[in-house]
Structure formats: structure tokens, C-alpha cells
Ligand binder design. Sequence first.
Ligand SMILES: [Zn+2]
Length: 350
Amino acid sequence: MDIREDILTPRERSKAFSEGKPMDRIICLPMVAISAAYLIGKTIKEFQLDPEVMAQSHIAAYKRFKYDSVGLSTNCSVLAEAMGAKLDYPEDDAANCIEPLVKSREDLSKVKDIDPEKDGNLWVFYKAFKIVNEEIGQEVPISISVSGPVTTAATLRGTEAFARDMYADPELCHELLRKSTDNIKRHIKTIVAHGADIGAIADPIASASVISPKMFKQFAFPYIKELVDYIHSFNSGAALHICGKSEKILELMVETGADTISVDKVDLKVVKEVVAGRAAIVGNVDTTDEMLHGPVEKIQEVCKRYIDLMRDYKGLYILSTGCDISPKAPFEYVQAMMDVARSYGLYEYN
Ligand SMILES: [Zn+2]
């Protein structure tokens, strides 16, 4: 494989795209998140709770792979945590909620309106951003990703209870979603105030692997759309990431108005047809089948196939993984993706 060194920095590359000028290669974004801790010999728990560790992990990962954007994200419960949920932080995995905060309607009063700078661990992102930005921000865009409304509400209530409420007590769902969405907006506003880019709204529990498309339309769509509109009010592009099988909600994902659609376990050919140039597409090398089990040759073959498939796409296509890369995945697989971008994904550039 003939690997060419990058000619442009990620910032220059993305600027070239937005100005309709030539780029040196395809934009490539393997979603390296918590696993970056291992590059500097730290635990994932430290990564999630210590801004210095989060920052140095991302700086090390970026310097090694030189991918196109640094996305600060940890676990999907950080917003719920700031709102009052208690999380468990294992040494080597993403934190999760041990006990729902809202066990009954009466508990709704326990859900607070957050001060993002003080409540929970959102401050870790703001502080880490500052460190990362000072070190590599000239070269690469840095964003803080945002947990979605359904994921946040379901974490507060417990996923099973929340799914039951969708039928039995939809009003309670909407009250939790309202509070969650308002708090997510407070977080977004603070992200902007710190000068970071707003990363993707990541709403794994809104996935069609978890709730039906009908429920997505009723409970996820209005709130996600409200967040997309809110992000647009800062003159920023909005990205929406939904994990798992999102084929049946793709059309609704586009209708939220998100500028970028990031997909997980969906046939990319279908995504291309449904999105049809209305948004940028990010995806979707499988984080288990390929990025966890490899081997390198298979990852390269899939990446090449995706590049070929998306060559005539009427919008931006970003070669990426379907979701955050598992902490158990070998880093050589990340390198394998980047190598394809720097060989098979080259554009003519003088
Ligand atoms: Zn995901």
C-alpha cells in the first residue's frame, strides 16, 4: 500500500471542503474515545474523571493517528449524572448508572436544573478541552459530544421503566424528556462559551434496536429536532449519532435537520439512498465485526468498499466507525483505517 503523508492539516482539509476547494484525501474519523487512556498508561476511570488524563490521552491519540477531528466523549450518562443520577465508574469501562433517580412520579422533584460548570462531571470536558485546544487546536477541530434526550431521560428513570412508561405513562416520559432537553441546552451553551465545537448529539437509547420507530417519532424526534435547532442558533452545524440499527428511523433522523448523520449498524448503501445528499454521512465500519476482531486486511477491504460506494455521493462522506471504538480494540486497527484514507482515499492535489 502506497501511503502518502498528509498535505493538509485537518483544519485546512475541512476548510477546503467547505469552500469547495480540493482536499488531499478523504476525511477520516475513527471514533477513538475512552480507549485513548491506554495510550498513556491510564485507566478509563481516570480518563472520565481527570481532565488532565482525558486531555493527554486525546493529544497522544491525535499525534499518533492524525485523524480529522478530536471528539471529547466519555459515557452516555454524564448529563443524567449532572442532573442527580449516581454513576458507577469501573476502572476499565465506561461509567453506567447503578440506580435510577426517578423511581416514581414523586421523584421528579429530585431532577435538577443543572449548573454545567458545577454539577456532575461536565466540568471535566470543559477543562480537558482547554488543555487539548492549547496543544493541538490550531491544527484539528475539537468538539465535546452531547448525550441525547432519550438516553438522558431513560438513564434517570431506568431504561426498562422508561420503555414501559412510553405506553403506560407517556406524560412522565415527556416530563423527563423536557427536563433532559433543557439541561442538554445548558450544557451546549456552556460548550460554546468555552469555545469548543459542539460534537454529535449521541442518543443510543433512541436507537431502533431499543425503541420502535413509532416511539422514536413520538418521544425522540421532537426533542432531538429542538436540540438541532438550538445548535443552529449558534451558527454551528449539528450532527446526530444514533447507535445500533437505525435503518427504520433514518428518514426521521434527516428530518431533524441535522447537517451530519452518523450511523452504526445500517447498510451504508441504504443510508446513501435515504439521506440522498440532504446531510453529510459518517460511517460505519463495524466496531465489533471489524474494529474489535479485525484483521487489518478485512478493515482495509471494508474501508475501500465504502470509499468506492460513496465516491459519487452528493454530499460529504466521512469514513468513520459506526460508534466509539471499544477499549478492547487494538490500536493497529485504527491505523489500518487511516492507512486506507492515506492511500486508497487520496485525491489529486497539487
Ligand atoms: Zn454509538
